[in-house]
Design a protein. Structure first.
Length: 361
């Protein structure tokens, strides 16, 4: 049972480089929070501050209401699973999982029960007498998770645990972590640069860039209502397309098209009349239609749908965008396709913040 409160956390290194700025997050008991962002955004540094592996420059950390800001790592009752597995090669799976309890000189019978229980949860019962070198990457990562589980910590931390696995193993291990979370009802902080992991695992996502929190919300909130251009570009695969357009009397005007606005969109964009805004279009929010022309560069057929890459305009002089169209498309380079948007997002060009549009009844 663990509730975590991070209040105004900051990290400044000795060379005066600041890695994390004013980080605030309240984690509920049993919640799985994913910190996501590109390399160098401060997510792993934040996790290491929570673990006690990095000093907190300023701010406060409360675990179940107790101030542990300056507590050493060993006194925080937190277990961390690393990217590198960090297993002892000369020890068996059983010995690796039991190692921390053996150091603490716990009762051997208690250790045995805990290891067997964790091994059963993780499907490792048949592997307990093997060495790490005899295991697959996915099995090694499960051993690392098992070593954390047997400690029965208040809080689990995962630092990019799947980045060393191939795509198939990543998907399988991701499902195992999700099942593990539901089975243990444990509080977890999970760091990744992979937005697919964030969207599929998280109860809530913390999206970071350059040490700053950009948005905190459910996966659907970040996908459907991104707070700014950064979140919109980072969450979603393929990423959102962005096109500069001018607001003009109920329409969006572009060099190669004029697009009508709904009443709700007109109301939201009224303060921008005559100004340029950024139009965001998710590839999956497009279909064959009549709003603008796309000159095709290439196709990626995915079975049920096709990614069509091209430039806006019949002569291909506009921005390059990607459309995700239903079915198997056989467009050739140079073909011109008519496209309609089924959902639009808008962003202030100067602040990069989203311009919210009320959902029409």
């Amino acid at each position: 049972m663990a509730e975590l409160s991070l209040q105004h956390l900051e990290k400044v290194y000795d060379n005066n480089v600041q890695a994390v700025f004013d980080f605030n997050l309240d984690v509920k008991d049993g919640e799985l929070i994913v910190l996501v962002g590109p390399s160098g955004c401060g997510k792993s540094t934040t996790l290491r501050m929570v673990a006690g592996l990095e000093d907190i420059t300023s701010g406060k950390m409360l675990l179940n209401g107790k101030d542990v800001t300056n507590a050493p790592a060993k006194d925080r009752d937190i277990a961390m699973v690393f990217q590198s597995y960090a297993l002892y090669g000369h020890m068996t799976v059983y010995e690796n999982m039991a190692f921390s309890m053996t150091l603490r000189k716990e009762n051997p019978n208690v250790i045995h029960k805990k290891v067997l229980a964790a091994a059963e949860v993780l499907g490792l019962t048949e592997q307990l007498n093997k060495k790490p070198s005899q295991l697959s990457g996915g099995q090694r990562q499960r051993v690392a998770m098992g070593r954390a589980i047997v400690r029965n910590p208040q809080l689990f931390l995962f630092d990019e645990p799947l980045s060393n696995l191939d795509a198939k193993l990543r998907s399988a291990t991701r499902r195992e972590i999700l099942l593990l979370h539901k089975r243990l009802n444990a509080t977890m902080l999970y760091v990744t640069h992979d937005q697919t992991e964030a969207l599929t695992l998280a109860d809530r996502i913390v999206c970071m860039s350059m040490g700053h929190v950009q948005q905190i919300g459910t996966p659907l909130e970040l996908y459907d209502s991104p707070a700014n251009l950064f979140v919109a570009s980072f969450i979603g695969l393929p990423p959102m397309n962005f096109v500069d357009v001018r607001v003009n009397q109920g329409t969006l005007v572009h060099e190669h098209f004029t697009m009508p606005l709904t009443q709700a969109e007109q109301k939201a964009l009224a303060p921008y009349e005559g100004k340029t805004v950024v139009l965001g279009i998710r590839p999956e929010n497009t279909r064959v239609g009549d709003e603008f022309k796309l000159k095709v560069l290439s196709n990626e057929n995915l079975g049920m749908n096709t990614l069509v890459h091209g430039h806006i305009g019949p002569n291909g002089e506009g921005e390059r965008i990607t459309c995700k169209l239903a079915g198997w498309c056989d467009y050739k380079p140079g073909d011109v396709v008519s496209i309609t948007c089924t959902r639009k997002h808008f962003f202030d060009k100067e602040t990069t913040n989203a311009i919210p549009v009320e959902v029409e009844a």
